[in-house]
Design a protein around this ligand. Structure first.
Ligand code: IMP
Length: 211
């Protein structure tokens, strides 16, 4: 009897849990790593996971804490993003407080208003700033990998554009005269702190034994 040739065995996809509830971050992460052979879930799929407070003094500390907590709780590799805006003339504020600059439950609009107020007397050539992103990939056995990215730019004097999120309407990446909120998603991804960190993460996945 002639035996049927077995189908080529396909490796199971690596499952990654995104340790964030920020819908815009999730969108950006899925956009960049969407074509990788990984299956992406979020902590919304694991309601039993505890909320992790961002009490660290660095982006890395916060990202590692969030990723480790979710990896422990789910038993699966978890990716956390901690990111924010550093403004030179404000001694790198809002930094790790970027999401709650105008208070614990601040909206993007309130944060933008506060930033513009704090910078109202800062002249054009002193409005340098950068976005920073730290991604931490934590495994249930305690291993952690870090991928980071940043983008230099300057803070405008009024919000421009309606795309993106957070401080995007105020941020002009260097050598550009449009804010991130005026750029199509794919253009922001090629320049942004998160895009840069995610491309390092992609490189890691390509070289890893998982895929
Ligand atoms: P966290 O990492 O959840 O603590 O919050 C990051 C905060 O930094 C966001 O809520 C935004 O205010 C700001 N932020 C981080 N990445 C971006 C970005 O790509 N565009 C605009 N704002 C950002």
């Amino acid at each position: 009897m002639k035996l049927k040739k077995p189908d080529k065995l396909s490796k199971p996809k690596m499952e990654i849990i995104l340790a964030t509830r920020n819908k815009k971050k999730i969108e950006e992460i899925k956009r960049v790593i969407g074509d990788m052979p990984v299956s992406v879930m979020t902590i919304d799929d694991f309601p039993e996971c505890p909320e992790v407070k961002e009490e660290g003094v660095t982006f890395q500390e916060n990202a590692v804490r969030k990723a480790m907590a979710v990896a422990q709780c789910t038993g699966k590799p978890s990716l956390a993003d901690d990111s924010g805006l550093e403004v030179d003339s404000l001694s790198n504020a809002p930094g790790v407080f970027s999401s709650r600059y105008a208070g614990e439950s601040a909206t993007d609009r309130k944060n933008i208003e506060k930033l513009l107020h704090e910078m109202c007397s800062i002249v054009d050539d002193k409005r340098n700033a950068r976005f920073v992103c730290c991604l931490a990939l934590a495994f249930p056995d305690g291993r952690v990998e870090i991928f980071s990215g940043q983008v230099e730019g300057r803070i405008g004097k009024e919000p421009k554009g309606s795309l993106g999120f957070g401080y995007d309407p105020l941020f002009y990446p260097e050598r550009h005269n449009r804010t991130f909120a005026e750029m199509p998603a794919a253009e922001k991804d090629t320049l942004s702190h998160r895009g840069k960190a995610l491309r390092k993460f992609q490189e890691y996945l390509r070289g890893s034994y998982f895929i």
